[in-house]
Design a protein around this ligand. Sequence first.
Ligand code: DAH
Length: 345
Amino acid sequence: MTDQPHDPELVPLRDKTLAAITAATDSDTLEQIRVSCLGKKGSLTGRLKELGKLPAEARPAAGAAINEVKDALEEALAARGESLKQAELALRLTGEPFDITPPGRGFPAGAPHPVADVMEELIDIFTSLGFAVEEGPEVETDRYNFQMLNFPDDHPARDMQDTFYVQDGRRLLRTHTSPVQVHAMLKRKPPLAVIAPGRVYRCDSDVTHSPVFHQVEGFLVDRRVTMGHLKATLELFVQRLYGRQTKIRLRPSFFPFTEPSAEVDVSCVLCGAKGCRVCKQTGWLEILGAGMIDPNVLTACEIDPEVWGGFAFGLGVERIAMLKYGIDDIRLLYENDPRFLGQFA
Ligand code: DAH
């Protein structure tokens, strides 16, 4: 046995590699150096693999010598790697043109659907005027949807063309929110001020009609209620909705459940009542049906029309939303096209 290390090339290999590490000026070169000695086929890895071929008594010292070199190289690689990384970062931050002015990438924001948005606004306005919110079933009986609301048996609105009947033939999808009046009057005693927002159904479909749409019904029952109360309430409502300058006018009309009945127009919100395509040059837009609750309805709901009176009104939410946003085809509200809905974000 001699004191000679078994591998005379080990120390020169170490020194040569350490020198190369110090000389390396970029991470890629450093990585190549690492692979050449410590990689799977690297010179040190090879030597470790060959250890088995040495005589048993020579192995510990030879192994220790190789591992010592390996540790030294790994340490040098790590240190050099770290300083190169710092240097490269510093160079990128100072040297490379780095444009901090472009706009950031925005996150797409959701938005309420225009119908939901308007619905909420209507509910806010009426609740602030003291109306309570009630809901009723969407599947109704002929009794609540028509009979109790004073529709004669042969009224055309009962026709299959307008009404969706449920297959049992006894029930139907409510054609308006007015039956909630009946539910509320039977459930509670006057004085009453209630609005009923909700979905309604009609067998009807074109640019201004959808088979499913939304209405807000409103009614008030108290002593000595006059048409003046109705007009003032609706005036307050439209001024909150469209602004203080908005005017209303009542035109005589007919509904089975009100007497007298009126169609309510607002001064055109698009042209300021000057006359435009949407108001057909009249300066007025029809947005509501209204009237004084027919005594027959009160009686059917067990309210004495000699003591109590009331007014009622009903409006279409889609129509209000279409006027508010200048939408000319109701179907846009139901196609869920993100290009359309995205405009309300
Ligand atoms: N229910 C009516 C409709 O769907 C709207 C309506 C008109 C409701 C007049 C009312 C009213 O309460 O007084 O066309």
